[in-house]
Design a protein around this ligand. Structure first.
Ligand SMILES: [Zn+2]
Length: 244
């Protein structure tokens, strides 16, 4: 690996080719997409790459209903959020998990993004003031089957899917949108668009994992399931992997 292969887009966190970052300070480096289209969120961060143990752990929570996994993943999310903190205003930041459609929620019995957000806020007690506000954003229709869609189709699929439940609660506020995985960013971008149109001052994004167009090292997590209560210990967060 060359020395700058690990550099990340300063806005969306996508991995950059070394040619993108030549003579640009790392804090300002942007990927091609973020240079072409100004993102609706101020910055998106993720703890690790969506593969290996991290992917398994997210699937355990999401599809097998192993709720204790949210504690471990929430701690990772809190670490990702810490990267955003220097940019936060002095005011309390509202943490809004990407909402689930009500039929889907009834089926699964919990919103995994909300469990992750709650765990992260709990782990972040020492950090910036944050308040979980799960009810401020609502999903008006089910858009969950995004697999197999192109980035453009994903954006079309989620357009108009979210609504602000209580506009006066978000007006001029800084908001942190939380989800499990950042894939193309279509879902969180649509949330950011609706929140900003509703009057939010700024929208940040934090996810546990992110899919990368450019392959990178995996985050290794000590499974099996009995180890959930313990810290994974050997995870390689993106920020740290990037320097190696
Ligand atoms: Zn970018």
């Amino acid at each position: 690996m060359g020395p700058s292969v690990g550099s990340l887009c300063s806005v969306c966190g996508e991995r950059l080719f070394s040619t993108h970052v030549l003579s640009i300070p790392e804090a300002e480096a942007k990927c091609g997409l973020c240079r072409r289209i100004e993102p609706l969120f101020a910055r998106a961060v993720a703890y690790g790459s969506f593969d290996g143990g991290l992917r398994e752990l997210i699937h355990l929570l999401k599809y097998s209903g192993v709720r204790p996994a949210a504690g471990v993943l929430g701690r990772m999310l809190a670490e990702a959020i810490a990267q955003l903190e220097p940019g936060f205003c002095n005011d309390e930041v509202l943490v809004i998990p990407v909402p689930m459609y009500r039929d889907k929620l009834r089926q699964r019995e919990f919103n995994h993004a909300e469990l992750l957000a709650r765990a992260a806020v709990k782990h972040n007690r020492e950090g910036h003031r944050m308040r979980l506000e799960a009810g401020l954003l609502e999903r008006k229709r089910d858009t969950s089957s995004q697999a197999g869609l192109t980035s453009h189709q994903r954006r079309e699929n989620v357009r108009g899917a979210f609504g602000v439940a209580l506009p006066e609660a978000i007006r001029d506020r800084e908001i942190l949108v939380v989800d499990d995985v950042f894939t193309t960013g279509a879902t969180v971008s649509e949330c950011a668009r609706v929140l900003r149109r509703g009057g939010a001052a700024r929208v940040w994004v934090a996810t546990v994992a992110r899919t990368m167009k450019i392959a990178q090292r995996q985050v290794k997590i000590g499974l099996p399931a009995e180890s959930f209560a313990k810290a994974p210990g050997n995870g390689v967060p993106l920020s740290r992997a990037a320097t190696g």
